[in-house]
Design a protein around this ligand. Structure first.
Ligand code: DGJ
Length: 720
C-alpha cells in the first residue's frame, strides 16, 4: 500500500489511492508518519474512508463537493489523476519551511465521466500549522454550478469527540460552547456577509478523545481564512468517526463557474497538539505573529480612543484636550472615531454622512490639521476611523451614485443603521473605496493609524456586475472583491497601521487579518465580560493583535478595567476629563506598568492558569512568559466576591502561598530565581522578594483577592 503524507512538524494527513484511482484518507492527526508505520500494509486501500467524497461517492452522506455539470448530471466521481509535491520557498514545508515538515502537496482529481478537475492543495506552515484549500476547474464547454465546495473535509476517529466553538452576536462575540459531538450533523454557520464573525468566529477546537485541558489531551485547532460567511459541519456516524466540512457557507451561494474558470475555496488551517490546548495556543500565537497579522514583530502602541467618551459630539477643543490627555497619561496614539466627516450631511449621528469623507466644517472648521498638529507636538501618533465600504442614503455620495450600492433589482434597499453597503464588485466603486484612504491621508498629513469599521450585515445581496444567472456568486465574489480592496490599501500605505473592526468583532479571521495589525474584539468592554471573551479568543489570537480598551462599560473600577485591558493590546476609551484624581493616577500607573511588561504581553508565551469558565467561575489568571523564561507577567482577576475567603492581607507573601489559596505559575524555569513585584494598580507596587520558578509553580503565589472586580499583576524579573 503506497501512502502519501503531508504534514507540518509531523502533524497532518496520510492518503492512499486504491486500484480504481479513488483517494482515501489513511490518517489525519498528530505524528502522521508513526501512524502510517502502524497501519497494516496488507489492508486494501479501498477499506479506508474516502478522503474528499463528492456527491454520489458516498450517497448517504453529505458531500465535500456537489456539482451540477454542464449536461445536467448531478453526480461527480473523482479519481486521482496525479499527485505533485510542492516546495514553496519562504515558509511552507520541505526546503522553505519548518524543519521536520514535509513538502507541500497537490492532489489532482478528475471526474471519470466529464471534464472537471479538482485540486486539493496542502501546504505546511511554520509552527505545526497546515493550510489546505481546493480548486475546481471547469473544463466543460458550458457553465457548471458548484453547490458545495468544502475547503477541507477530513475524518477524525471519535473516542468521545468534543467540540469547542465560539459565536454570539454584537457585544457577545467569542461566546464559547463546549459540547460532545453527537450522532448526526452539527452545523455551525454565519450569514452576516461583511461582518460574518459576529455570529460565528471561524475557529474551533476538536478533541477526538474527549475534552482536552491546558496541558493534556489531543486536540486540533481549525481556522478558516475567510472574510465572508462560513460553515463548519461535524457529521458523526455510528462507526464512530466524525467528518468535518469547513469552508465558505454555500447557503444561497451556489457558484456558477464558466468554462475555463477556476473556483478557489478559502484556506482552512489546522494545527494539532497531543499536550493540551496551552502549547497549541502558544504555537498559534507565534504563527499568527509571523504569518497572519502585519508586522507581528513590532511593538503595538497604547491607544486613547474617543468613541465611548464623546460619541459623535465633539469639537476641536475637545479633541485637542483628549490629545493632551493621551500624552498626559503616557499613551502613544490618539484615535479619532466616528463623527468627524460629512460636509453637506454632517455626521452628527448615525443617520448621515457615510460616504462623504471630508471633514465636517461645522464641527471642525479648521479641519483635522490642528488635532494632528497637536498630536505631533505632544509626541502622540494620530489615528482616524473610517467605514469606507458603507454609505448613508443621507450623503452626497449616495445622491450622486444611488446605483453604487448592493441590492436586488426593483426592490427597496434594506437599511441597517441607516446605511447601505457599497458594491465593490463595480470597479469604480472599488476604486472609490480604496481611494477614501488615499484622499483622507493626503488631506491630513500625520495620520498613521486607521480603524476600518463596517457596521451592518449584508442583505439584498446582488450586483449588476453579475449576470441574472450568476447572482448567487455574489457572496463569494463580494468577499473576494473586499479582500482586493484591503490588499490595495495595505500595498499603497505600507506604513499605515490598520485595525480591523466590524461593529466590534464582526471580522476576525486569519485570512482578512493579513492586511491588518490588530482587531477590535467587541464593543463589549465591560471588563468582567472581557476576561472571558479575551480568554476565549486567546486560544487562537496573539495578545498584540487584540485591541482592549478601558471604558465605563459595566461601571467597574478603573483599576480592574486597566488590569484586564493590559493583558492584550492596551488602550483607553473613556472621558479622561471625568477621571477622578485617583482614577487618573491608576491609569498613569497602568500605562507605566504596561510599558514595562509590554514585550512579555505582546511577544511572550501565554499560559492560561485559572479559567474564568471552570470551577466557581469566579476568577481567572494568565501569564505571559519571556520566550527564554527569564521574566514573566502574571494577571489575576477576582470576578465575583468570594464567600468565606481568608483575609486578603494575610496571604500576600508568596512564600506562604502553598497552604493558602495558591496560584501556580506554569512554564517558568524551575531552577531560576525571579524577583517578584506585586502590582496593585489601585495602590502601588510591593516588592515580594526573590523566589524560584519551582516555588512559583509548586507552592505558587498567594491569591490575594477576595472582592469582586479586583485584580493583581505580578512582574517576575531576573534578580539584580
Ligand atoms: C462600531 C465600533 O465597534 C465602535 O467601536 C465604534 O467605532 C462605532 N462603530 C462607531 O460608529
Amino acid at each position: 500500500m503506497q501512502t502519501t503524507t503531508v504534514h507540518s512538524g509531523g502533524d497532518g494527513y496520510a492518503f492512499v489511492v486504491d486500484d480504481r484511482g479513488l483517494l482515501h484518507q489513511a490518517g489525519f492527526g498528530p505524528a502522521i508518519e508513526r501512524h502510517v508505520a502502524a497501519l497494516s500494509p496488507e489492508l486494501p486501500a479501498g477499506l479506508y474512508p474516502l478522503a474528499h467524497p463528492s456527491w454520489d461517492q458516498e450517497p448517504l452522506r453529505a458531500p465535500a463537493l456537489r456539482v451540477t455539470h454542464a449536461d445536467g448530471a448531478t453526480t461527480t466521481h473523482l479519481r486521482v489523476e496525479h499527485v505533485e509535491t510542492v516546495d514553496e520557498p519562504g515558509g511552507s514545508g520541505g526546503a522553505g519551511g519548518e524543519a521536520g515538515s514535509s513538502p507541500g502537496l497537490t492532489i489532482v482529481l478528475v471526474d471519470d465521466g466529464r471534464p472537471l478537475e479538482v485540486r486539493l492543495h496542502f501546504r505546511p506552515e511554520p509552527h505545526g500549522v497546515l493550510r489546505q484549500w481546493v480548486e475546481v476547474v471547469n473544463r466543460q464547454d458550458r457553465p457548471v454550478t458548484l453547490h458545495e465546495v468544502a475547503a477541507a473535509a477530513p475524518l477524525l476517529r471519535d473516542s468521545g469527540a468534543h467540540l469547542t466553538h465560539f459565536g454570539g452576536d454584537w457585544a457577545a462575540e467569542w461566546t464559547p460552547t463546549w459540547e460532545p459531538v453527537t450522532l448526526g450533523t452539527r452545523l455551525l454557520e454565519s450569514r452576516g456577509g461583511v461582518r460574518p464573525h459576529l455570529q460565528r468566529s471561524p475557529f474551533f477546537l476538536l478533541a477526538p478523545d474527549g475534552p482536552a485541558t491546558e496541558i493534556t489531551g489531543t486536540v486540533v485547532a481549525g481556522m478558516l481564512a475567510w472574510g465572508g460567511n462560513v460553515r463548519f459541519g461535524f457529521e458523526r456516524s455510528a462507526h464512530p468517526v466524525v467528518r468535518v466540512w469547513c469552508g465558505h457557507n454555500p447557503f444561497a451561494a451556489e457558484y456558477v463557474l464558466d468554462p475555463g474558470e477556476v473556483f478557489t475555496t478559502p484556506e482552512m488551517c489546522w494545527a494539532w497538539s497531543t499536550e493540551g490546548v496551552g502549547p497549541l495556543s502558544r504555537r498559534l500565537h507565534r504563527w499568527a505573529r509571523e504569518r497572519v497579522v502585519r508586522d507581528g514583530d513590532t511593538v503595538r502602541p497604547i491607544v486613547v480612543n474617543n468613541w465611548e467618551a464623546t460619541g459623535f459630539a465633539f469639537d476641536e477643543q475637545r479633541l485637542v484636550d483628549l490629545v493632551d490627555d493621551t500624552s498626559d497619561l503616557g499613551a502613544e496614539l490618539f484615535l479619532l472615531d466616528d463623527g468627524w466627516f460629512g460636509d453637506a450631511h454632517p455626521r452628527d449621528d448615525d443617520d448621515a454622512g457615510l460616504g462623504d469623507w471630508t471633514v465636517d466644517p461645522g464641527k471642525l472648521p479648521n479641519g483635522l490639521t490642528p488635532v494632528a498638529e497637536r498630536a505631533r507636538e505632544r509626541g502622540v501618533r494620530f489615528g482616524l476611523w473610517l467605514e469606507p465600504e458603507m454609505v448613508n442614503p443621507g450623503s452626497s455620495c449616495y445622491e450622486h451614485h444611488p446605483d453604487w450600492v448592493v441590492g436586488q433589482p426593483g426592490r427597496p434597499r434594506r437599511e441597517e443603521r441607516q446605511q447601505l453597503v457599497l458594491d465593490v464588485l463595480q470597479p469604480e466603486v472599488a476604486d472609490f473605496v480604496a481611494g477614501v484612504f488615499d484622499r483622507t491621508l493626503e488631506a491630513t498629513p500625520g495620520i498613521t493609524y486607521v480603524k476600518w469599521d463596517a457596521n451592518r450585515a449584508m442583505t439584498d445581496a446582488g450586483s449588476p456586475m453579475l449576470g441574472a444567472d450568476r447572482q448567487s456568486n455574489f457572496w463569494v465574489d463580494h468577499a473576494r472583491a473586499t479582500w482586493d480592496v484591503m490588499a490595495t490599501v495595505a500595498t499603497r500605505h505600507p506604513d499605515l497601521t490598520l485595525m480591523l473592526c466590524a461593529s466590534g468583532g464582526g471580522r476576525v479571521d486569519v485570512g482578512t487579518m493579513r492586511w491588518f495589525h490588530e482587531v477590535w474584539l467587541s464593543d463589549n468592554t465591560d471588563p468582567l465580560d472581557r476576561v472571558r471573551m479575551q480568554w476565549a479568543a486567546s486560544h487562537f489570537l496573539p495578545a498584540l493583535a487584540v485591541g482592549a480598551h478601558v471604558t465605563r462599560w459595566g461601571g467597574r473600577p478603573v483599576a480592574f478595567g486597566c488590569a484586564v485591558a493590559m493583558s492584550a493590546r492596551f488602550g483607553f476609551d473613556l472621558d479622561t476629563r471625568a477621571l477622578t484624581p485617583h482614577e487618573r493616577e491608576v491609569c498613569r500607573r497602568a500605562v507605566g506598568v504596561y510599558r514595562r511588561v509590554r514585550p512579555l504581553v505582546q511577544h511572550g508565551d501565554l499560559y492560561r492558569l485559572v479559567s474564568p469558565f471552570e470551577g466557581d467561575a469566579d476568577r481567572a489568571a494568565l501569564a505571559y512568559l519571556a520566550p527564554d523564561r527569564s521574566a514573566a507577567v502574571v494577571f489575576a482577576y477576582q470576578l465575583t466576591a468570594r464567600a468565606g475567603a481568608a483575609d486578603a492581607g494575610a496571604a500576600l507573601d508568596p512564600s506562604h502561598a502553598g497552604g493558602l489559596d495558591a496560584l501556580h505559575v506554569d512554564g517558568l524555569d524551575p531552577d531560576r530565581d525571579y524577583a517578584v513585584t506585586e502590582i496593585d494598580l489601585a495602590a502601588g507596587d510591593t516588592d515580594r522578594g526573590v523566589t524560584t520558578g519551582a516555588a512559583l509553580a509548586g507552592s505558587g503565589l498567594a491569591w490575594p483577592l477576595t472582592s469582586a472586580t479586583t485584580a493583581r499583576i505580578w512582574h517576575l524579573r531576573p534578580p539584580t
